[in-house]
Design a protein around this ligand. Structure first.
Ligand SMILES: Nc1ncnc2c1ncn2[C@@H]1O[C@H](COP(=O)(O)OP(=O)(O)OP(=O)(O)O)[C@@H](O)[C@H]1O
Length: 233
């Protein structure tokens, strides 16, 4: 686990409204390595989701540098950034964000329809079916999401995140809407994906789940309090 995949250097994020400025991230320097499993914890409002959005190229930084696989993102166009996001990153959120009108299989296929390199219909179906198999839901592929339990829906969302073969999974409170048994299953699945080589960055309020990661980062007021490994800023 030595190749740096993500490197933030002195990153800050300020949200400005007409009446106030919020310093959501303050001078964050952080390296995430290939195959890493990082859990981010901290009180409500400390900046965890903002950090994940920045890591996921869903939000820009106010200052500082972000390097993804050695590419400084300040030097790429918005189109290139969107391509890197689609190619390299997968997202899992607390709310499953599945489309109820589509079957489970069609939900999982969806990201492939927007891929830069379009696959044939057969390839898309094969890839989506393989991901559903990975999350143990092959037998539900023709169901609609609202015919599944919450835990099953989250596993569909995980299959959808995996279908583009992302190098990094960014995961925000994946168990927030689940009972503890389903939550444990989802966390076990994330652990297996990490063992198979996927880098994981997880935001969680649950310290039991944070303990499953290889490294824990604690945030407070937009800053990272603990650095279990030395950061090169
Ligand atoms: N779009 C926005 N505009 C203005 N302020 C924002 C915006 N998004 C987040 N913030 C503020 O930035 C700070 C960090 O928010 P963030 O959502 O990252 O916290 P969090 O640690 O994920 O919280 P929670 O655990 O409650 O989800 C908060 O003070 C929040 O109100």
């Amino acid at each position: 686990m030595t190749t740096a995949q993500i490197r933030l250097r002195h990153v800050s994020k300020v949200f400005e409204t007409q009446t106030m400025e919020t310093h959501a991230l303050r001078d964050i320097s952080l390296t995430i390595y290939q195959g890493d499993y990082v859990a981010i914890t901290g009180p409500s409002g400390c900046g965890k989701s903002t950090l994940l959005s920045v890591l996921g190229l869903l939000d820009s930084v106010t200052s500082g540098d972000y390097e993804l696989d050695g590419v400084n993102l300040a030097q790429v166009s918005l189109d290139q950034m969107a391509q890197m996001r689609n190619l390299k990153l997968g997202f899992i959120f607390q709310s499953f964000n599945l489309i109820d009108e589509l079957s489970v299989l069609d939900n999982v296929i969806l990201p492939l329809r927007y891929a830069a390199k379009p696959l044939s219909k057969d390839e898309m179906y094969q890839q989506a079916k393989a991901c559903l198999n990975k999350v143990g839901l092959s037998h539900r592929e023709d169901h609609k999401p609202n015919q599944l339990s919450g835990g099953q829906q989250q596993r569909v969302a995980i299959a959808r995140a995996l279908v583009t073969n992302p190098e990094v999974l960014l995961v925000d409170e994946p168990t927030g809407n689940l009972d503890s048994k389903s939550g444990n299953q989802v966390m076990q699945l994330l652990g297996e994906l990490n063992q198979q080589g996927t880098t994981i960055c997880l935001v969680t309020h649950d310290y039991r789940y944070a303990d499953m990661a290889k490294r824990k980062l604690q945030m407070l007021d937009g800053a990272i309090l603990t650095h279990p490994v030395e950061e090169t800023a």
